[in-house]
Design a protein around this ligand. Structure first.
Ligand SMILES: [Fe+2]
Ligand SMILES: [Fe+2]
Length: 336
């Protein structure tokens, strides 16, 4: 087993004890050889609509999404809208939920996997890391295929083929942050922080729908299958984060400590801009007014996602022991 790590560098640069980093290394080595045993999506080959089991066939009477996940669910303009329009809004919700998933996979996680494969991230440069990154790329590519298929079935059945969504906050803010820093290492750390937070949060995000018994059965199965894979590989990024952080210089650690809390809020955004765009396209009456009213309601501006794993990671890395780290988490409203 090749658990070669520069423990002297790790000890010098990190509050994480070298024994913990060695533990992460051993876990990563083990996980690097598990993909064939645990990957779920490969076992559930994506089927075309006509190949689906009868109980999975599209049921026009079932809702595509949960009313509870609509940021304006309590607004009178929504509750008084005709039922057919409310159902169309739910279909838009399902499409947006999936397109956000595609953004996470394609624009947040995949670029990090590629950077790991090219050994561009400090401390993540061993054979096991490259193997894990390539396994994760395969997982995420399957997830994109799974989600695109589910989206297309909804679009076809609900006459939403032409619905066009703008960018989501997570990717928009990540790119904005990267553009603020000319140094390539800073861009890598912004992308890495966003990927770590996304991999922690995506399971909670999928769990919002994965066990629901009221929505389209195919939608539930799609999310449930994805969730099982995410749960299997989400700790990879947590362990990689520890190996990376230990290899960063003091300046890089400070920068990473400032970046880590930011994607928490980007991810949890309820995407009112995307909603406004979709509602206008389906000609929901007074869509702009409803979105403006919802934007003023701070209670609904963030998805209720549990960020305790991000705090736990920050604690384990020692990020919260530094004044800069504690301050950046406090400013993001995650730590007092
Ligand atoms: Fe995924
Ligand atoms: Fe993932």
């Amino acid at each position: 087993m090749s658990t070669v790590i520069d423990l002297a560098t790790a000890e010098r640069n990190s509050l994480t004890p070298p024994s913990d980093i060695l533990h992460s290394r051993i876990l990563l080595e083990k996980m690097a050889h598990n993909w064939y045993k645990r990957a779920q999506v490969g076992k559930v080959r994506q089927k075309t609509e006509s190949e689906l089991l009868p109980e999975m066939a599209f049921d026009p009477n079932r809702d595509d999404f949960l009313v509870d996940l609509l940021p304006f669910k309590n607004h009178p303009m929504f509750s008084k809208a005709p039922e057919s329009l409310q159902k169309k809004v739910l279909s838009c919700g399902w499409i947006a939920y999936n397109e956000k998933t595609i953004d996470i996979e394609a624009k947040v996680i995949a670029p990090v996997c590629n950077s790991i494969i090219y050994r561009e991230i400090p401390g993540i440069n061993q054979a096991a890391d490259q193997l894990l990154a390539s396994d994760t790329l395969v997982d995420e590519a399957y997830h994109i295929q799974l989600v695109v298929n589910a989206c297309n079935i909804t679009r076809n059945n609900r006459q939403l083929e032409h619905l066009k969504l703008p960018s989501f906050t997570l990717v928009k803010q990540m790119e904005k942050e990267k553009n603020r820093h000319p140094e390539p290492w800073k861009k890598h750390l912004v992308q890495m922080a966003t990927a770590i937070v996304s991999e922690v949060f995506v399971s909670d995000y999928l769990a919002l729908l994965a066990h629901d018994k009221t929505i389209q059965p195919l939608n539930k199965l799609t999310v449930y299958t994805h969730l099982r894979d995410e749960k299997a590989h989400h700790s990879i990024f947590l362990q990689l984060a520890k190996c990376m952080y230990a290899s960063l210089s003091a300046e890089q650690q400070e920068f990473f400590a400032q970046m880590l809390p930011k994607p928490v809020r980007w991810f949890a955004d309820v995407e009112l801009e995307v909603w406004g765009e979709m509602l206008r396209q389906i000609q929901f009456p007074n869509a702009d007014q409803m979105i403006r009213d919802t934007a003023e309601d701070s209670e609904v501006n963030l998805l209720r996602i549990d960020y305790s794993d991000v705090i736990k990671l920050a604690r384990e890395l020692g990020v919260l022991d530094s004044a800069i780290g504690a301050d950046s988490f406090a400013r993001a409203g995650l730590f007092s």
